[in-house]
Design a protein around this ligand. Structure first.
Ligand code: ZN
Ligand code: ZN
Length: 83
């Protein structure tokens, strides 16, 4: 059991979860509203975006995610042959 500081209210709390950030569900909900935590579109990890339009947790995920999207777009274009 490790001790953490809640990222919202700053209260100390204990959790078995090594990635614990919040002391309660209420604080977790507040964090989502206050800090707009998002889920990375590539790896699904929760992150705090620097811009409202950010979709990825890191530059790595951003690069991979964009590449995948570009690949999908290309596949769509080639997918239906014109006859
Ligand atoms: Zn809290
Ligand atoms: Zn990611």
């Amino acid at each position: 059991m490790a001790q953490f500081d809640c990222m919202v209210c700053g209260r100390e709390f204990k959790s078995y979860n090594q990635n614990a950030k919040y002391c309660s569900q209420t604080c977790k909900g507040t964090a989502y509203i206050k800090y707009q935590w998002k889920k990375c579109e590539h790896c699904g990890k929760e992150f705090k975006p620097r811009k409202a339009s950010s979709k990825y947790c890191s530059l790595e995920c951003s690069n991979i995610g964009r590449k995948n999207k570009a690949a999908n777009k290309q596949a769509d274009c080639i997918g239906v042959p014109f006859e």
